[in-house]
Design a protein around this ligand. Structure first.
Ligand code: RP5
Length: 171
């Protein structure tokens, strides 16, 4: 038995510290918009390394299909989680106070060959959520349709902005 037994949502959203939560909330908003189940956890690769390993090792058996890992500074969490699972891991670099998130970005994106982490922009929480939905959409056709609707809505919104900007300048 492991300490993570229970209901099995589809996406595991993990952050290295609760100080990452303001960014991670936007991941949750996207997953909620697409009605994708998820579990949110605070697990640190540095401060709780055993929990990080156990979580990742048991994630597939608990029904998770994608992992999103948000971390800042020396952001090893996504890479450590990816080391213990065959599930796709999306890394979300969180902007740290000292180096503006460049430290987090490079720590996550520069994975050595063999252990990929799909990295989004610094604080790119929405894209982390959307990428997870896109990965799930390979298996779930209703998510593919929902993504097409989402893109069409985005297109319509930009066209409306175009018209409104043109109106402001009268040409
Ligand atoms: C990382 O260190 C966390 O992901 C967080 O972004 C950063 C700072 O953590 P705290 O000192 O705020 O807990 O592990």
């Amino acid at each position: 038995m492991n300490s993570f037994e229970g209901v099995a949502p589809k996406v595991a959203v993990i952050m290295g510290s609760d100080s990452d939560l303001p960014v991670v909330r936007k991941v949750a908003e996207i997953l909620e918009k697409f009605h994708v189940d998820f579990e949110v956890s605070v697990i640190s690769a540095h401060r709780t390394p055993d929990r990080a390993a156990e979580y990742s090792k048991t994630a597939e058996d608990r029904g998770f299909e994608v992992i999103i890992a948000a971390a800042g500074k020396a952001a090893h969490l996504p890479g450590v989680l990816a080391a213990f699972t065959a599930l796709p891991v999306i890394g979300l670099p969180v902007k740290s106070s000292t180096l503006d998130g460049l430290d987090s970005l490079l720590s996550i994106v520069q994975m050595p060959p063999g252990i990929p982490v799909a990295t989004v922009a610094v604080d790119g929480a929405q894209n982390a959520g959307l990428l997870a939905v896109q990965i799930l959409a390979v298996k779930y056709p209703h998510l593919r349709e929902a993504l097409k609707t989402y893109k069409a809505e985005m297109e319509r919104a930009v066209i409306e902005k175009d018209e409104s900007v043109k109106k402001e300048f009268g040409r």
